[in-house]
Design a binder for this molecule. Structure first.
Ligand code: CMP
Length: 382
């Protein structure tokens, strides 16, 4: 593997590798240090020596961002999403991508200071913070999710925004018509009436501009009700968009885990889709008791990674990744027959009892496999 590919592996924003996550953590720390040192430089009462230290730290962070920009530009051809036969074209694609533009913004302060266009200090502080904030935002969990939701729901949001504009302009026009003569300073033109329309439609109601005619007040009330409806519509669109996107991401994550359990290898794609929708993932540290003997059986487990120990009286059995447990209580409708304790940190997929019985009806072959293993275990435990 080339050095460039290795560095890409560390800087790939989608990588879940340990080293890549560490690098991301370091970058977040660097941005926070930068923002802190810039902000500290704006405080009047700090000692000149401390101010000089803060300015040096800011300078170092700015230079590191500059180096980071050059490195990202260099490794851009390794990014499969920017793939092009010509490396220069991949680099150009990165430069104009959202990530490239945000990184460029973060670099501008360093370039401005180095070229003498700006001085490191309190005067340029706000510019530094504002230029670095988007870089921090790209690392914030959920920002990608929000961007995705807005992208997915763009047509519904566009329709709601169009409705908002229609109501807004109509309200401004009607208010100008009804109130223009009485309050020419506030409703003298349609653009002037827009301020009242926005404040009323968003149900903010500063109260600085108020219709005085009876009909004007009735229209004001109608606009407020329209405002509540449009905002409720927007909230509904975003809430369902969020729920759908989170469900979709969870589905992909569980699908990925299910693919690692050999037990599901021979199950067809449609059946897998049904199963994936019913499974939840859970992580346990080593030594955690997953099942306690005698408890009511409310779920069964599939091991994605890690080892568990089944303690049946004085005897023990170790189950490894790909195996399952907790099925006997569900099949026999009896309390748990043994303790099950994790030996190493484990990732398990959990299937709740209600889903287990539904699946038994829809996927009899799958449950038959589980049942035959349970029979073997029962014989082993006797
Ligand atoms: P359950 O009885 O629900 O809870 C304890 C679980 O331990 C049990 O389901 C089985 O999944 C598992 N188990 C019990 N006996 C054995 C065995 N002999 N070998 C492997 N697993 C077992």
């Amino acid at each position: 593997m080339t050095l460039r590919a290795r560095i890409w592996g560390l800087l790939d924003p989608t990588s879940h590798g340990h080293a890549a996550r560490r690098v991301r953590g370091l970058e977040i720390l660097l941005i926070l240090i930068g923002i802190f040192s810039v902000s500290a430089g704006t405080v009047d009462w700090i000692a000149p020596a401390a101010r000089a230290v803060a300015a040096s730290v800011t300078g170092i962070v700015a230079v590191l961002f500059f180096v980071g920009y050059l490195v990202r530009l260099w490794i851009a051809p390794e990014n499969p999403r920017l793939y092009s036969t010509a490396e220069s074209r991949s680099r150009l694609r990165w430069v104009v991508s959202a990530e490239g533009v945000i990184d460029l913004l973060a670099v501008i302060p360093a370039v401005a200071v180095a070229s003498g266009g700006a001085r490191l200090g309190a005067e340029s502080a706000s510019v530094f913070v504002l230029m670095w904030m988007p870089k921090l935002a790209t690392h914030a969990p959920g920002v990608g999710l929000i961007a995705r939701v807005f992208h997915n729901e763009r047509s519904a949001l566009g329709a709601a925004a169009a409705l908002f504009m229609i109501v807004l302009l109509s309200a401004a026009a009607i208010a100008h018509w009804l109130e223009g003569e009485r309050q020419p300073e506030h409703f003298g033109s349609i653009p002037a009436s827009l301020w009242w329309a926005v404040v009323t439609l968003t149900t903010t109601g500063y109260g600085d501009v108020v219709p005085q005619t009876a009909l004007g007040r009735v229209i004001g009330g109608v606009v407020m009700l329209c405002g509540i409806s449009v905002l409720a519509l927007l909230a509904g669109i975003l809430a369902t968009g969020f729920a759908e996107e989170v469900r979709r991401r969870e589905f992909v994550r569980i699908w990925d885990l299910v693919a690692r359990v050999p037990f599901f290898a021979n199950v067809g794609a449609i059946a897998i889709t049904d199963i994936v929708g019913r499974l939840r993932s859970r992580s346990y540290p080593a030594g955690a008791m997953v099942i306690r003997k005698g408890d009511v059986g409310d779920s069964m487990f599939f091991i994605v990674t890690g080892d568990v120990e089944v303690r049946i009286g004085p005897r023990t059995r170790v189950l490894r990744d790909g195996n399952f447990f907790g099925e006997m209580a569900l099949l026999d409708r009896k309390p748990r027959s043994a303790d099950v304790v994790t030996v190493t940190p484990c990732t398990l997929l959990v299937l709740d009892v209600s889903d287990f019985y539904q699946l038994a009806g829809q996927q009899p072959a799958l449950i038959a496999t589980i049942d035959s293993e349970a029979k073997r275990r029962r014989a082993d435990d006797r």
